[in-house]
Design a protein. Sequence first.
Length: 256
Amino acid sequence: MLDEVYRQTKDKMNKTVEAIHRELGAVRTGKASAHLLDTVRVEAYGTTMPLNQVATVATPEPRLLVVQAFDKQRALLIDDSGSMSLAGRQEAAHDAARQIVSWLESNRDEVTLLGFDKHLRTVQPFTTQPSTVLAALDELKPYGLTSLYDAIAEAARPLASRSRPRRAVVVITDGVDTASVMTPPEVSRIASEIDVPVYVVAIRVGVDRIGGMADVVSASTADPSQASLDDLARWTGGATFTAGTAAETSQVAQRI
């Protein structure tokens, strides 16, 4: 009984000491403190997060705080299987890619361009020059079957060894998978284990806009035949967007 009282009291006192440290850390004593922003939360990745999880806070001068967002790192994965040649899908996909890349900062953010049909291939290795990715888009020619889920898993793995915290796989596709070995739950577990969110841009043009995404199911109890691309993105901490009009594409690029 006394041991339990001691343990509970110790826990409460430790929490009190930690709270005091946080409060004192934010006290200004003639010099700006990075801890002043510890309680600030911002919108990022579709949710509200502490500022210090998406940016560094520095005090280069006594009366100056500098907030610098972490550098972005994007694996841009574009579907160039045969189905993308239909109904203007390829043109819409390339437009989405251009808009997304335009938000990257030259000489700072990193991006790689990957294409896939039944197999994944690197069109442009990681670079800090977004313009080289834009120039390489013309190398993507629609052909063959689609191993969408397998390609996402392959694209996510190399990011595990790269240190930038704002890394993500961005998939631009019509959502049709005809040849994957892996299932959405298997791919989402791989991406989640290496902490890489997957953002899906579903190209919807012409008659494609009549349909929608499949119903969402639980990650732990999902039947592989029921899980959708939308589920995969959500399970990794990412999101699914629809793009087909100029307004949609612009909004998607800003959010990613």
